[in-house]
Design a protein around this ligand. Structure first.
Ligand code: VOV
Length: 250
């Protein structure tokens, strides 16, 4: 049996970078050293903001709740090289001397194309698809990130399903998703060949409870109940540049 893959539109490359703060080292550092670290890091944030304003990428910066990490950054850039440069620049900064790597995830913004293109249509270049492939990440109050796979076990094997069946299941999924319009913004990134799971799911919300509601409701969609496998979840609250010094005050 030959099963057809699906064509994907691929946008900006993505790095989720999670760090914990070495509070002991931070407390023992001299006040001047701490101030220098904050000033230099604030400059980095401003640099990333300029990239975002010029539509050359985007980023999200949240405080992680719980012990898995203290910060989560999500960076979007046109190339893998730029992601690598960006993380190296961060690693070389004074502030990074007080940061402990907690987790990272490499992927690329992805839209799968299950609907056949109408004759003469150039879907990839429509403003809607371009906006989703090269998004400015929302600065909403809450963010959740987790990786996932599609199951391949016995009778529950996503990769032996015909393309039209998969398309139908994802269409059902999108109907659940659309109920959350204005409440949840999702960015799906593909990581097959890049990282340990097949997709990264990044969700933004104004109201944190909506993160739980959408993930719970989707658990009952066949595409998740039968074909979804989930990794570790990270949830956070937005970090503003203005609040950084206060957050780091010891
Ligand atoms: C916020 C709501 C929302 C909406 C509207 C939405 C819609 C859609 C559409 C229309 C499509 C298909 C085309 C495309 O864009 O690729 C998808 C695709 C996908 N989704 Fe989705 N999704 C949402 C939200 C949403 C969530 C919360 C999750 C996590 C699932 C869960 O159980 O925790 C998810 C996962 C995915 C994945 C992994 C894919 C790629 C699957 C593949 O095999 O290719 N997604 N999704």
């Amino acid at each position: 049996m030959m099963v057809e893959a699906v064509e994907t539109f691929d946008g900006w490359y993505s790095l989720h970078d999670l760090r914990s703060i070495d509070w002991t080292a931070w407390k023992y550092a001299k006040e001047e050293e701490r101030q220098n670290a904050i000033a230099e890091f604030t400059e980095l944030l401003s640099k990333w903001e300029a990239v975002e304003e010029n539509k050359q990428g985007s980023h999200a910066f949240y405080k992680v709740v719980g012990q898995k990490a203290d910060f989560i950054f999500m960076f979007l850039r046109p190339t893998m090289e730029e992601l690598n440069e960006l993380e190296t620049e961060l690693n070389k900064s004074k502030f990074a001397e007080f940061l402990i790597p907690a987790h990272s995830y490499v992927s690329v913004v992805e839209i799968s194309r299950y609907q056949p293109e109408k004759p003469g249509e150039d879907l990839e270049n429509t403003p809607y698809i371009q906006g989703r492939l090269y998004p400015t990440l929302p600065k909403w109050d809450y963010m959740s990130f987790y990786p996932m796979d599609r199951r391949r076990e016995g009778n529950d094997n996503w990769y032996t399903l015909e393309k039209d069946v998969r398309g139908k299941l994802l269409y059902e999924h999108s109907k659940t998703g659309r109920k959350y319009a204005g409440k949840i913004q999702q960015v799906i990134t593909g990581s097959i060949g890049f990282d340990d799971w097949e997709w990264g799911v990044t969700l933004f919300a104004h109201d944190v409870i909506q993160l739980k509601k959408i993930v719970y409701e989707m658990r009952f969609d066949e595409v998740s109940s039968r074909y979804g496998e989930f990794g570790e979840f990270f949830v956070g609250t937005i970090m503003n540049k203005e609040e950084l010094a206060n957050y780091l005050a010891v």
